[in-house]
Ligand binder design. Structure first.
Ligand code: SF4
Length: 247
């Protein structure tokens, strides 16, 4: 499948993954293994089928995918929108994702990336960064051992990539913190992230409240959830998280 990229979903009319009306491309495959992963169908870097026999994941050439994505170019143009690469983790398919971004920029489409930050920095800088307009960078856990325990990998490379990106990128790099009750929402973790961001000179970040609806997706894959929390966050819980980022 050289030259092709593996994608498990393409969502049009998205308004949460960047400015304006956007189409979000969900790449299949992720090097992390977060126990709360809200897109479990995006984890494996291989096509698979769910318990109903429905296929998850399709291979595309850059040309095929670009052709589909530019169908909404008029909406992108009138709303200031564009295309967002999400996942899974698109940087796992760095060559393909870079060529897709290049093709989109050739079509004058605004490009954004949602990333876990776990990638080879030099490759990213060379193959993807030049064709990006906006980056949402996840910072989940500040403690390396907790990151290893809950996401399967140490966060050392992720934090290092974030610092290097702030230096190199001439585009907005917005940190996003997923609020996972009992895991990322501890005062110690959030205050630790706040201190890290302050040290980096970052003045704002985005907090992403927990959404429990992913549990159905895990069951559809025939898997057992590794994290159970079925409630949405209350506004008091959200406010407590926000307060960790205020002076
Ligand atoms: S980084 Fe994102 S896609 Fe990958 S396992 Fe974690 S939550 Fe899932």
């Amino acid at each position: 499948m050289d030259n092709k990229g593996l994608v498990f979903d393409i969502k049009r009319d998205c308004s949460e993954d960047g400015p304006g009306i956007r189409t979000t491309v969900f790449f299949k495959g992720c090097p992390l293994s977060c126990i709360w992963c809200q897109n479990p169908e995006g984890k494996r870097f291989a096509p698979e089928t769910d318990i109903h026999g429905e296929k998850i994941g399709h291979w595309f050439t850059v040309e095929e995918l670009t052709y589909r994505l530019i169908q909404d170019k008029p909406f992108f143009a009138t709303t200031g929108g564009g295309v967002t690469l999400s996942g899974g983790e698109s940087t796992l398919q760095m060559d393909f994702a870079g060529r897709l971004l290049q093709a989109l920029k050739h079509e004058e489409v605004h490009t954004a990336l949602e990333t876990s930050g776990f990638f080879n920095y030099q490759n990213f800088k060379q193959k993807m960064l030049p064709w990006l307009d906006l980056i949402y960078f996840d910072i989940k856990l500040i403690d390396a051992a907790a990151s290893k325990k809950y996401c399967g990998r140490s966060n050392a490379g992720i934090l290092n990539n974030f610092v290097r990106l702030l230096d190199d990128a001439e585009i907005p790099v917005i940190p996003r913190i997923p609020l996972i009750p009992g895991i990322t929402t501890t005062e110690e973790n959030l205050k630790g992230i706040a201190a890290f961001l302050k040290k980096c000179g970052v003045k704002s970040c985005s907090l992403m409240p927990y959404n429990p609806l992913w549990n159905d997706k895990v069951e559809k894959l025939g898997l057992q959830p590794r994290y159970r929390h079925m409630e949405f966050m209350t506004s008091a819980e959200q406010k407590a998280c926000i307060s960790c980022f205020q002076k």
